[in-house]
Design a protein around this ligand. Sequence first.
Ligand SMILES: [Zn+2]
Length: 260
Amino acid sequence: MPELPELEILVSNLRDRVKDKRLGRPIIINPRVISGDPNLLEDRIIKDVKRRGKWVLISLDKIYLAFHLRLNGYIFLLEYREPDDYDCIILPVDGEYIHFGDPRRLAQMKIVNEIESLIEELGVDPLSQDFTLEYLSKSLKKKRSNIKTFLMDQDIISGIGNTYADEILFLAKINPTRPCQSLDEEEVKSLYKSIKDILEEALKLGGTSTEEFTNLISRDKSFEPRVHRREGEACPICETPIVMIKIGGRGTYYCPKCQR
Ligand SMILES: [Zn+2]
């Protein structure tokens, strides 16, 4: 599942490739993932490509085309190839083709007149200016869950998934099972800084290389997790073996010595 840094890089690279180009007639393969009328897309110029939370937004004249990849969706920009079993829609863009699909058909494509309807269901974007220390602090006080579940709650902070949640907590030296309300002021500050630092590091390095959901991210370098999926390996700080537990059904990796 792509997390926010990967989507940010995808959006930026897609923008470089398709901005100011014209959409052709869409080739619809699986209409179930589409809401809105895809015939409205033909002949529209792509004004911009943006990200809002985990939505990839293509701005056209007066309308928006929005993609959400969910767990297994993909976006490829390719020369023409025959649709495969997983493609849902193919959008011609001046000689190239955006292939959007999902083997599990859970991804979504929406054609909307305004983007507010998409944004209302989202928490704050941690890369935006709306994500402040005060926002984080207030949100933590309201929640009764543990801190790992909190970080992955898309209604509070949008775009942090399992990998980066583990990495953020390791950098902040906070145990993932801690109740949100037990964090003191210094820990909240450290958590805030770690969220920013991990996401910025991932952005700089092109995200993690574990998923193949796009050809729009270069694979020359990638973010290397310090604890995530490293059960039994030595902690990079104290060399204690990394532990794996399940939180909310998800594998959660941490150092039992560094993270209190
Ligand atoms: Zn350690």
